[in-house]
Design a protein around this ligand. Structure first.
Ligand code: SF4
Ligand code: SF4
Length: 437
């Protein structure tokens, strides 16, 4: 039976639900010493993982156990924040007789859910530059991913927090492919797109989505509605050209961005102030070492919290990083420095971050609605994962039932795609499949 786990995880189209979308059957085809379930949920306002661990803890623990059997890892750890009391007591009760599984409580800081931070919290080891957790014997999976492994059915639903400028913030279980607009209406949000904007994902790493009819994917953890004039929307939609001009004009090289960069604090040499210096002076040699760029995890703490001049060193660093990676630039898998001895005092508390982002008014509960959201039409993207686009396996006019395999990547890197509702296929394109109930 254990030898079948990889096949069945692949068959069900399970991917990393934390946002990365890496196919889980590939990730678990490895031999780590430890498997960590990432329940840190560090993006402000999100209420998904904490409630899944509270209400569906059995599935989370079961998914972790399967991952342990599959990989042969000796130890499993579920890592979550101390403030999630109900989830902690539920998980502790469920694992009280299990010597292989530990419940690890961590501080409430951002970005605690970054794999680099999480692995350090659990193992005190640093994932090297250009490395992955497996380089230090760890595999990290998301809470919802663990649940999907346990449930062993096609991935057709996603759990998503809808919050911000909505009268009834909730965390909903929705068929994949449901449009954001329907969820906003259900949560009594605004209908006037001219005055409001939507962030898909968390406030820090999420993006502003202009199309309210865009569909939910396996990776969508939240939608946050904010007034268009909110600073976060203005900053996230600021033109890159403006960012570059502002960098040249007012970056004072105070280096606060580097001082508070979580990757720098962990000894990875990330130095956004040098990237800004290089750009401001149009001098590539001023960028610093390649490691100062490629180790950036795009957490945006430098841009949205640290910089006193309201510049965007995170965006700039990530832009330079992407262009270096495209050119094939590589660096050795090394750890340039020791972890900063002041690490603990430099961690940014989530509450303070929320205040800085001017999101305190929206920091409210979004209770889990356990009734499956009813969708009568869905638009299912054929790429919801890292790897190749899935090839459609159905044609216009076909009838499908919920769970029917409608897209496949074959033996290439990717994930299966299934019908999330029963109905008729009304269109098939290279990018998506539409189904009407
Ligand atoms: S914190 Fe802002 S002003 Fe200071 S060095 Fe970084 S980008 Fe420049
Ligand atoms: S976005 Fe900024 S703070 Fe985050 S890792 Fe990159 S450089 Fe560091």
């Amino acid at each position: 039976m254990p030898s079948n786990y990889i096949d069945r995880i692949k068959e069900q189209g399970i991917v990393g639900a934390g946002g990365a979308g890496f196919p889980t059957h590939v990730k678990l085809n490895s031999t780590p010493e430890i498997v960590i379930v990432n329940g840190a949920e560090c993006e402000p306002l999100l209420r998904v993982d904490q409630q899944l661990m509270e209400f569906y803890g059995e599935d989370v623990v079961e998914g972790l156990k399967i991952a342990l059997i599959q990989t042969g890892a000796e130890k499993g750890v579920i890592c979550l924040k101390g403030k999630h009391h109900s989830a902690i007591s539920n998980l502790k009760e469920l694992t009280k007789n299990d010597k292989q599984i530990e419940i690890k409580i961590i501080k409430d800081y951002y970005p605690a859910g970054d794999e680099q931070q999480l692995v350090y919290e659990v193992t005190k080891k640093i994932v090297p530059l250009m490395g992955i957790p497996l380089d230090v014997g760890a595999v990290v999976i998301n809470v919802l991913t663990a649940m999907n492994i346990a449930r062993n059915v096609p991935v057709t639903e996603r759990v998503i927090t809808v919050t911000g400028e909505v009268k009834n913030p909730q965390t909903l279980i929705v068929p994949i492919g449901t449009s954001f607009r329907k969820l906003i209406e259900f949560c009594e949000g605004p209908r006037d797109e001219s005055r409001y904007s939507m962030i898909v994902g968390g406030p820090m790493m999420g993006h502003v989505e202009e199309d309210w009819d865009a569909p939910v994917t396996k990776l969508t953890g939240a939608i946050i509605i904010l007034p268009k004039e909110h600073h976060l929307i203005a900053k996230k939609t600021r033109k890159t050209q403006t960012d570059l001009q502002l960098t040249k004009a007012i970056c004072c090289q105070c280096s606060y961005c580097t001082d508070l960069c979580p990757r720098n604090i962990n000894g990875l040499n990330t130095e956004p102030h040098k990237v800004m210096r290089g750009l401001a002076n149009e001098d590539p040699s001023a960028l610093g070492a390649i490691s100062s760029v490629v180790s950036c995890c795009d957490c945006q703490l430098c841009s949205l919290y640290a910089c006193p001049m309201d510049l965007d060193p995170g965006k700039i660093t990530n832009m330079v990083k992407q262009s270096l990676l495209k050119k094939g630039v590589k660096t050795e898998k090394i750890i340039p420095h020791e972890v900063d001895s002041l690490r603990e005092s430099k961690l940014v508390p989530t509450k303070r971050l929320i205040a800085r982002l001017d999101l305190s008014d929206y920091d409210v509960p979004a209770p889990l609605n356990q009734t499956l959201f009813e969708s009568y039409s869905v638009k299912i993207l054929l790429k919801q994962h890292i790897g190749v686009v899935a090839s459609p396996l159905v044609s216009q006019g076909d009838t499908v039932t919920k769970g029917t395999l409608v897209g496949s990547c074959g033996d290439l890197l990717g994930a299966n795609i299934h019908a999330s509702i029963s109905g008729k296929i009304i269109s098939v394109t290279p990018d998506y499949i539409e189904i009407k109930a």
